[in-house]
Design a protein around this ligand. Structure first.
Ligand code: ADP
Ligand code: MG
Ligand code: MG
Length: 912
């Protein structure tokens, strides 16, 4: 028969699935011999049975009674015993801590009779009535469903009537009166009386915890965080200890290290004469933990010893709740504490130094996401900068601009050269132009999957959403901050998307210390290095730069994946190299056709004869050669993968409407339109495509536009020849986009060979470049075995592969329906941010296996944006790729995650 209840002595932290996080850690502390008030845990399995059947599982009540009897006999008192009552707390505790679960109920077992007994044995009437009023309020609101504002109002009125500045100033009589008021409130609101039977209080509290699993807030939270709905919660029943017994008592929270900076040493808050949440509820001012040393040196020393024990045992930062009852310390909760990115790096390095964890464990405990956060420029906030409001940190970074209240205004002001922050209650697809124009987006409503958040993240734009304290008045074109400050349109705001804060005015921006360090050359060969960057780190935590450097070094030592960068210019290539890139995985050539050169491209497109076309191509050739020479020089000795022209040619021609209008205007004036315009319009009309993403682009261009491939290959070949003659070590690789069939690649490759042979002959230098292909169409992945006959390398273009696998175009869908899909749980996360393993990932697996079956050792990489996404990097590692390539700024993130990927499934990553 299933067992539903475990004493704290029987569990441990490896039982979190059954006992929940709180219960398993209480058991662990009990096992370590720390002073934990005795108690027991009702399992998540009991909760699941209750939720399935709507009733308590058979046998649970008997087990609870038996365990309660143990707690009672250890205490020498019975639950609610009138003369000397044993009191209990009932605490929810799921596998993952979760908002929306039932709040803890303290002091169960008090009633009109036992409150008098408690007063007598404790020697404090005030304490007894204070505990009772807390029970009636907590039970009334959480179990009986009375709105807590009723109780709060009654308390406020009483304080006013007594002239008491805070609750400590209320006497026993006042509190006794308050209990009566509370009981009346419950009767009026529910038609029921506050239950006097301690056993009934306990039973109802336990069942209320079970029921709270399916509360609306909890369900919403689980869906957002991808926590399964069928885990259920455990319930912890524990003997009460009292921090509200006078000035020699109190309650507090403590961290074994500073969770904001990672600095070693105790950190926390203490509140004398307080119970439960008082310390975090802000009802009275707390004192820093260090102050406890003065107030109660013995309890403080003991607490420090327990903190050290816990940190040694968990081998990590621990977050602790404790209570002191008349000088006696009790431990009420612990867990591995949440921390900032900065603290995560600092703590990992410190613990490794202390020998508590291995360097690999240290690496497992930091993340690329955290590193990215440390690389964003930050506001140089001084102590005087007070945030106007706080919201959700939806998309990181720091931005400054004038507040505007609609999309059109954002576009208008941006066109006039102004920087703006788009402020809305919530955004819709109609706001897209404004979001593109703005430096940052600020909304007063919506969570991290709201339209604003999703689209901003997709664009890499700073966003704070759900700043509910702000009232956004679109009519009056202004917002009102919680402190009453009115921000009219045009007022400058500073938006911190990493912290979720908004500041008035323009807060200066500075590069982060970590960024300055990486910019100086992460390999340490450039000037600066960790030490220099730390010196200038200002008020950022000293040591964080050093900790980042160590994590990156460890990652570099263990990773199998190479990391390259996507870079189109020599400047980008130089930066990427400083960030540790081992080559260029994608050099796009399209921007090289813009600006001044657009005219030449136009001539090539409009060419009526071979000679005209050849002239245009011949003019482009030397320009392209310069481009490639520069990048090959910047990446000397490292591979540079150059992709042949990919976008449809009409992207280089003027807009259809613009031309038509120009011609019509000329005609309306009675004149003749310019011949060139007419010619262009004909070409644009002829080349119009309904779905350009699926049209004449990529390799298809190479097959139908004579001379285009030859010109690009010649430019690459000549650049290589020059670099070789100059004593360099150029490693150009030629990549053909959008191949769907091996025959396409074969045709192009023959042309490449022919042109390179000509270049070799003309220059007298042997030029040889591997020719490979992108795999970015499902057909390419499915026929990769054939394609590998011609391809000397593969590079997954996961952006197009995602679009063509799903059958949607990113530009059209992201703003239109992605937030709805995320909200409804169709995707856990956008497939453009994190690779869709089930669909796109399967195509990747097929292509890797079949490509290498044809050509053992085939070099395979990825050059889509996914190459810099932590989760996707782990997938590419497992899929057996050789390298990932991403934007230069993501290179350090990819290096770190490529290292972490090798630890997956090892002791290092399971150590917690
Ligand atoms: P949460 O999950 O919100 O942290 P807890 O179960 O930890 O809720 O309880 C809320 C507060 O009540 C905490 O401050 C906790 O320390 C306190 N508390 C819980 N159980 C007891 C107890 N047996 N004696 C005294 N205080 C308790
Ligand atoms: Mg709470
Ligand atoms: Mg707690």
């Amino acid at each position: 028969m299933a067992r539903y209840v475990y004493d704290f002595h029987e569990g441990g932290r490896d039982m979190a699935g059954l006992l929940g996080g709180k219960g398993s850690n209480l058991a662990e502390m009990t096992r370590l011999g720390l002073p934990v008030p005795p108690g027991f845990t009702i399992t998540t399995e009991a909760c699941r049975a209750f939720l399935d059947t709507g009733g308590e599982p058979a046998g649970m009540a008997r087990e609870v009674s038996a365990h309660l009897a143990d707690v009672e006999s250890a205490a020498g008192r019975r639950l609610g015993q009138p003369g000397d009552p044993l009191l209990l707390s009932v605490r929810s505790g799921a596998r993952f801590s979760m908002p929306g679960m039932m709040e803890t109920i303290l002091d169960i077992g008090l009633n009109d009779e036992s409150v008098l007994g408690l007063a007598k044995v404790s020697g404090s009437e005030r304490f007894a009535w204070d505990s009772y009023r807390r029970l009636v309020q907590m039970f009334g609101s959480t179990v009986m469903g009375v709105g807590s504002s009723h109780f709060e109002r009654a308390l406020a009125l009483l304080k006013e009537a007594c002239g008491a500045p805070d609750d400590v100033h209320l006497g026993a009589d006042d509190l006794a009166r308050l209990v009566e008021t509370y009981k009346d409130i419950i009767r009026t609101e529910t038609g029921e009386s506050f239950p006097q039977s301690p056993a009934e209080q306990l039973r109802r509290a336990v069942l209320a915890v079970f029921e709270s699993w399916n509360g609306e807030r909890a369900r919403l939270y689980r869906r957002r965080e991808h926590i399964a709905d069928d885990l259920g919660t455990a319930v912890n029943v524990q003997r009460m200890v009292f921090g509200n017994l006078g000035s020699d008592s109190g309650s507090g929270v403590a961290f074994t290290r500073d969770p904001a900076t990672g600095r070693p040493g105790p950190y926390g808050d203490y509140l004398p004469d307080a119970q439960g949440e008082d310390v975090v509820a802000g009802i009275r001012n707390t004192v820093p933990l260090a102050e406890l040393e003065r107030l109660d040196p013995r309890a403080y020393r003991e607490l420090r010893a327990h903190m050290a024990t816990l940190e040694q045992h968990y081998r990590d930062l621990c977050d602790i709740e404790f209570t002191i009852e008349r000088g006696r310390l009790w431990m009420l909760q612990t867990r591995v504490g949440k921390r900032t990115a900065e603290a995560a790096f600092a703590i990992a390095a410190e613990l490794a130094d202390e020998g508590l964890i291995t360097p690999d464990e240290g690496l497992a405990r930091v993340s690329g996401e955290g590193l990215a956060r440390l690389m964003f420029p930050r506001f140089d906030t001084s102590a005087t900068d007070v945030a106007l409001a706080h919201g959700l940190p939806a998309s990181p970074g720091a931005a400054v601009g004038a507040a505007v209240f609609d999309s059109a205004e954002a576009v208008r002001r941006t066109a006039a050269g102004e920087k703006v922050v788009l402020v809305r209650q919530a955004t819709t697809p109609d706001d897209l132009p404004g979001m593109i124009a703005a430096q940052a987006v600020l909304t007063s409503r919506g969570g991290k999957t709201s339209h604003a958040a999703v689209v901003a993240r997709g664009m890499g734009k700073v966003c704070v959403c759900g700043a509910e304290d702000l009232s956004v008045d679109l009519e009056a074109r202004r917002l009102i901050a919680p402190d009453g400050t009115v921000v009219e349109e045009g007022t400058v705001l500073s938006v911190d998307g990493s912290a979720g804060a908004v500041y008035p005015g323009s807060v200066p921006l500075v590069a982060s210390a970590v960024m300055r360090f990486l910019e100086a050359g992460a390999t340490g060969d450039a000037a600066g290095g960790p030490a220099a960057a730390t010196e200038t780190a200002g008020k950022e935590t000293p040591g964080v730069v050093d900790a980042v450097a160590r994590a990156l070094n460890r990652a570099d030592a263990v990773r199998r994946l190479e990391v390259r960068a996507n870079a189109d210019t020599p400047e980008d290539a130089v930066r990427a190299r400083r960030f540790g890139a081992q080559g260029v995985g994608l050099c796009r050539t399209e921007h090289m056709f813009l600006g001044e050169r657009r005219k030449l491209v136009e001539q090539m497109i409009l060419a009526g004869t071979d000679a005209q076309r050849d002239r245009a191509l011949a003019a482009l050739l030397p320009l392209q050669r310069e481009d490639f020479t520069g990048i090959l020089e910047a990446m000397d000795g490292l591979p540079v993968t150059i992709r042949l022209l990919d976008p449809p040619l009409h992207e280089f021609l003027p807009d259809h409407t613009e031309l038509a209008v120009r011609i019509a205007t000329a005609q309306a004036r009675g004149g003749l339109p310019a011949a060139h315009d007419v010619e262009l319009l004909t070409a644009v009309t002829r080349m119009h495509e309904e779905n350009p993403m699926l049209g004449l682009r990529g390799v298809r261009l190479g097959l139908v536009v004579p001379g285009l491939v030859a010109m690009q290959v010649r430019a690459i070949g000549e650049a290589v020849a020059r670099r070789l003659s100059a004593g360099g070590d150029p490693k150009a690789e030629i990549m053909v986009p959008l191949v769907g069939d091996v025959r396409e690649l074969r045709i192009v490759r023959e042309e490449v060979r022919r042109v390179l042979a000509e270049v070799s002959q003309a220059s007298g230098v042997r030029v040889d470049c591997p020719v490979g292909t992108m795999i970015e169409l499902p057909r390419a992945a499915l026929t990769a075995g054939r394609i590998a006959e011609e391809a000397e390398f593969f590079s997954f273009g996961t952006n197009d592969l995602t679009q063509t696998t799903w059958g949607f175009s990113r530009d059209d869908v992201e703003a239109e329906f992605f937030s709805a899909y995320l909200d409804k749980g169709v995707f856990p996360v956008s497939p453009f941010e994190t690779l869709d393993r089930d669909g796109v990932g399967r195509l990747v697996d097929i292509a890797v296996a079949e490509g290498r079956a044809t050509r053992p050792g085939l070099k395979i990489g990825v050059c889509g944006e996914h190459g810099g996404d932590p989760d996707s990097v782990h997938f590419f590692h497992t899929a057996g790729l050789d390298y990932v390539s991403c934007s230069p700024f993501r290179v350090p993130v990819a290096r770190l995650e490529a290292g972490r990927a090798t630890l997956e499934g090892t002791d290092a990553s399971d150590s917690r």
